[in-house]
Design a protein around this ligand. Structure first.
Ligand code: GRG
Length: 313
């Protein structure tokens, strides 16, 4: 267990970025923009964003933009709203949103909204509340929520609410912590949290904590460090985080560190990756672990970055 191995995690993240031919880099090749968001946000929470070349990252991101205005997961890849949010978030980290043609990007996103308020992820039309969150979060960061029908978007999300208080990916689909984060995050951003039954949902979410202190994503499943983000951020947004044992969760996350080479895994003794390194460190930040910058639970960006965008300071 011990302490957070911050320096080793910084070295690990920087090494993944550099080792373009390594196993991890190859398997996430198609979602490199996504991976870059997780890695760079983690570096920022650890206070080490300066270790990367900002101009190099910004020009690579702009090369991932398609003529439609959306971004692909890598240069020459098809655009998708998920990568478009990652691009906006990374530019926000570097205070560089102004390099974007905001009209073009926000039109790309707004065109993905359907008549019933739901969102497709790309031109192929798959619908999921993940895409509702991603579209709403992106447009909010660009100050362009006026481009979509927010009322219908909220109505669609509320139609995905289940009797257990949770949310699924489409109406009637099983509650899952990942989808709950998306729905609760989108409702928070649009000022619509009154649609959430906070006690009922808080109860379902706090039942995700298992004996080891870790959290799972739905009943009877194994714990995974990723839920230290999806469950915790939701609990914080609905003001019920005091319903879990925070100390036990901190210990579970610290137990998932590779103490020699850095990085965090899904469960103790598994192989580390950049996604779980983000989830672990972002989770610790939500738990106010010492020495980490605070992260905003709805925008998934450091609080300082969010304040700069919305308060200008
Ligand atoms: C900017 C933070 C941020 C998010 C962008 C992509 C996205 C929006 C949200 C994804 C939310 C989501 C659905 C997360 C869950 C991912 C996950 C671990 C799914 C695994 O499902 P199973 O069935 O795992 O393999 P369990 O744990 O249920 O066994």
């Amino acid at each position: 267990m011990g302490e957070l191995q911050s320096e080793k995690h910084v070295r690990y993240i920087l090494s993944v970025e550099k080792k373009k031919d390594g196993f991890e880099s190859v398997v996430i090749e198609h979602l490199r923009l996504n991976g870059a968001y997780w890695g760079l946000t983690t570096l920022d929470i650890l206070g080490k964003l300066d270790a990367v070349d900002k101009d190099e990252v910004v020009s690579w991101i702009m090369e991932c933009q398609d003529e439609s205005g959306g971004f692909g997961g890598n240069i020459g890849h098809d655009p998708h709203v998920l990568f478009t949010l990652s691009a906006i978030q990374i530019l926000a980290l570097f205070d560089k949103i102004d390099v974007l043609d905001i009209e073009k990007v926000s039109n790309y996103i707004a065109n993905l909204q359907n008549e019933d308020g739901s969102f497709a992820g790309d031109m192929w039309g798959e619908i999921d509340t993940r895409f509702s969150y991603v579209a709403i979060c992106s447009l909010a960061l660009l100050h362009r929520l006026d481009k979509i029908n927010v009322e219908k978007a909220v109505k669609y999300i509320v139609s995905c609410k289940n009797l257990d208080g949770g949310f699924g990916c489409t109406p009637g689909a099983e509650s899952h912590a990942g989808q709950i984060f998306c729905c609760v995050g989108a409702l928070a951003i649009t000022g619509s949290l009154h649609y959430v039954d906070k006690d009922l949902l808080g109860w379902w979410l706090c039942e995700r904590q298992v004996k080891s202190g870790g959290l799972n994503g739905r009943p009877e499943k194994l714990p995974d460090v990723c839920y230290s983000w999806w469950v915790l951020s939701s609990l914080i947004i609905i003001d019920r985080v005091h319903w879990i044992d925070k100390g036990k969760l901190v210990n579970f996350i610290l137990d998932c560190q590779d103490k020699e080479n850095g990085g965090i895994s899904d469960r103790p003794d598994d192989a580390v990756d950049v996604f779980h390194t983000y989830f672990g460190i972002a989770g610790l930040s939500l738990l106010e672990y010492q020495g980490l910058k605070a992260i905003d639970p709805a925008y998934a960006l450091p609080v300082q970055v969010v304040n700069k965008i919305f308060l200008g300071k």
